[in-house]
Design a protein around this ligand. Structure first.
Ligand SMILES: Cc1cc2nc3c(=O)[nH]c(=O)nc-3n(C[C@H](O)[C@H](O)[C@H](O)COP(=O)(O)OP(=O)(O)OC[C@H]3O[C@@H](n4cnc5c(N)ncnc54)[C@H](O)[C@@H]3O)c2cc1C
Length: 394
């Protein structure tokens, strides 16, 4: 097996896989490593697991790399968003036609993204894939970095990219410091069949116990929504204990706006944390996606920002390589960090405002959020700006 690469990417989630395809298409020799078997995902898994609401910028990127035509067959457009305050009587509606677009976002299965990217790999011979494998150590050498793998293989590259998610091993090995805090919340996700049609509308209600979203997602098994409910950890077991009670709670929280509900298949849970790496690179190691920053999913931005990281790093690497520079040096990687860090931090701060603003029982804060809802609702230009930002048009 080849052991010397230009780039080693650790983590073949949607972010690492997209970056691998882009760089390999550019002619770089790439090794993509994952601790699981993402190459084994089949069409049957397309409606299992997590979904992501991808904004129009991300969809544009997936079009550019040539997977959107196929992926769109398994995705559902969001034409409208209806958001309301479950503790008050404020609500707001955003429509794609307000910004002269046909949709605001698309709901896409994470498994489908990875599988469609893997299908494209067969066209490339400069990409090596190592599955059921992880990095145990990274040793700096002159002009490259050597990775010692769990299988005892040794591979080297000019640059090691950590795309291995929130608990990034690459980040730990490189000793990149982080700032992180838990929410004491867990997300429950699942497939929901509602008696009313989804009307390509995303419904989201903010309650004091956490945000609850029903994302329109037409599935082969008859489900028409993807559920994402962020709940307090202490309440988790009692909520998941009994399916009938869970359905009744969801119907009550959604105020029957979607009609009667049924949960199809199993629900999955994900503990929610916010995390930000204080540095995005160090000694030939660079971080992208959830390895660099993890957000609360309430505004559906984690994957969108991860894909923006990917395109930024891809452009920086290609530009530097064309100029004949060593792609693993700090002067190259600092350019990527400068492009992405401030933007990711701004989004992180905004998420905190939303999260605490809607969780608060304080009557002044409640009054403030009702004012914010009404102000945005009445002010057409502010509303347009908000929709454009959320759908990635600006
Ligand atoms: C409930 C929920 C809902 C969400 N909804 C949205 C949404 O609507 N829109 C949106 O934009 N974002 C959303 N997000 C966030 C989004 O899912 C993540 O930001 C995105 O999946 C991150 O992708 P990633 O490839 O960076 O990391 P991951 O998806 O975590 O992938 C990491 C990969 O690395 C591999 N790996 C891990 N450790 C190692 C190791 N040591 N060695 C080798 N491989 C390793 C894993 O097997 C995996 O394949 C949501 C998140 C949650 C929890």
């Amino acid at each position: 097996m080849k052991t010397n690469f230009e780039i080693i990417i650790v983590g073949a989630g949607a972010v690492g896989t997209t970056l691998a395809l882009l760089l390999a298409k550019e002619g770089l020799s790439i090794c993509l490593v994952d601790k699981g078997s993402p190459d084994k995902i089949t069409d049957k898994d397309y409606f299992a697991g997590r979904t992501s609401s991808l904004n129009l910028t991300s969809i544009g990127m997936l079009k550019d790399i040539g997977i959107w035509e196929e992926l769109s067959k398994f995705s559902t457009p969001v034409k409208k968003m209806f958001i309301w305050d479950g503790e008050g009587d404020s609500n707001i509606e955003f429509q794609s036609k307000d910004i002269k677009e046909t949709s605001l976002a698309y709901i896409v299965s994470n498994n489908a993204i990875v599988a469609e990217l893997f299908k494209k790999f067969s066209e490339l011979n400069n990409l090596t894939i190592l599955t059921n494998e992880t990095v145990k150590n990274i040793i700096q050498q002159r002009g490259n970095a050597q990775c010692r793998m769990s299988s005892k293989k040794v591979i080297s590259g000019k640059l090691i990219i950590g795309a291995d998610g929130i608990s990034s091993t690459v980040r730990s090995i490189a000793k990149i410091p982080i700032r992180t805090w838990g929410y004491n919340h867990t997300a429950i996700v699942g497939s929901v069949a509602a008696s009313k049609p989804n009307e390509k509308t995303a419904w989201q209600v903010f309650t004091s116990s956490g945000p609850l979203a029903f994302l329109p997602f037409d599935q082969a098994n008859g489900a028409n929504f993807s559920l994402v409910w962020s709940v307090n950890k202490e309440r988790l077991n009692s909520i998941l204990d009994e399916k009938k009670a869970l359905i009744a709670t969801l119907e009550a929280r959604s105020e029957l706006r979607l009609g009667n509900l049924n949960i199809l298949g199993k629900t999955l849970t994900f503990p929610l944390n916010q995390l930000h790496a204080k540095e995005y690179y160090k000694e030939r190691v660079v971080l992208v996606g959830d390895a660099a920053h993890t957000f609360h999913p309430l505004a559906g931005q984690g994957m969108n920002l991860g894909l923006s990281d990917v395109f930024s790093l891809y452009k920086v690497i290609c530009y530097s390589r064309r100029k004949g520079l060593d792609i693993g040096i700090d002067t190259v990687l600092t350019e990527y960090e400068q492009q992405r860090k401030k933007y990711n931090l701004r989004m992180m701060a905004l998420m905190e405002v939303f999260k605490y603003g809607f969780a608060s029982e304080n009557s002044w804060i409640k009054l403030g959020r009702n004012f914010a809802f009404d102000f945005t609702k009445k002010n057409k230009e502010i509303r347009k700006l908000f929709i454009k930002a959320a759908s990635g048009v600006i």
